[in-house]
Design a protein around this ligand. Sequence first.
Ligand code: ADP
Ligand code: DP6
Ligand code: CO
Length: 354
Amino acid sequence: MSLYQATASAPVNIACIKYWGKRDTALILPTNSSLSVTLDQDHLRSTTTSRADASFTKDTLWLNGKEEVIKPGGRTAVCIEELRRLRKVAEDANSNEPKISSFKLHIASYNNFPTAAGLASSAAGFAALVSSIAQLYSLDKVLSASQLSLIARQGSGSACRSLMGGFVAWQAGQLADGSDSLAVQVAPREHWPEMHALICVVSDAKKGTSSTSGMQRTVETSPLLQHRINHVVPQRMKDITAAIQARDFPTFARLTMQDSNQFHAVCLDTEPPIFYMNDVSRALVQLVVEYNRAAGEVRAAYTYDAGPNCVIYVLQKHVKEIANLVVRFFPLAETFKDPFALFASEKIGELAVP
Ligand code: ADP
Ligand code: DP6
Ligand code: CO
């Protein structure tokens, strides 16, 4: 008897140009293109095992050991059904393929970092889910990462960008069926190996407003979002792509900080307003601003997703400097060193020096 099982991991990605707003909530089609950096596998990641067996009576997902209900027609179900459909096509075309598409799936996933805390767990989570089922169904050999990104996108928009390493753009696309709304690699990690991300975990608590509901409210109420979509993001996508290609850190950093600021401004422009950053987040902004001012050049860029946690992009040669500063002003922070100098500081508490 064969065991039909596969395990895959996917890292988180942290956007420099933010996705915030859907033009189609069912297909998860965004109001604007976005661009992110996928972090290395050995830090913040989801690991997912999928198994198909004739004895299983329903598709079941366990997240961090707890069963998550798979709603019919919901996001997880849509990803599973699409992969199952593609598996069925392969089975029909090749009679040697074991007929496992009719079996139900048991899926177990673990995040090695806080879930739903604004550290892109939905991105790593759905990328790992799609990867593991694609492997189980041997679809990873026939579909490209961009093709798989079309499926992961329907689990969580940001997940489409976690199927590739390095610098990744999610092209908003124009078609109503979403077939051109996919992720493409702008540059591999090796293109700019000096680039690092310092993850500052300000709080690991679950956020009050999920990304999904928060951005929907923004679409419905924020006039500033319309300005952002039409007049700001298109040029920023071009500029940041050029900065990445030229390895121009100051331009990359400026655009990243501006876009984080505008994303949080759009949240504030939402009715009722959404506050994802807190006092510690704002103190970290000041720290980076002051660090850059003192250096006389832009050496670090902060960015915040839908939560209070800070990610600082910095080149290798300045990682120690900025990490030491963070630890000095936030003494509860711990840093974990590794060969790629990606530091994680845990639970940054009170600001030591106001
Ligand atoms: P985050 O900022 O962490 O991405 P979101 O509000 O976007 O927060 O999404 C959190 C949700 O993503 C979780 O409540 C869960 O439904 C889903 N999710 C997180 N991790 C996984 C995972 N490993 N596998 C499947 N779904 C996941
Ligand atoms: C602020 O991808 O989590 O992190 O598509 O509804 O699942 P859904 O939302 P999600 O939103 C991410 C928002 C963000 C910015 C980004 O990652 O681009
Ligand atoms: Co998310």
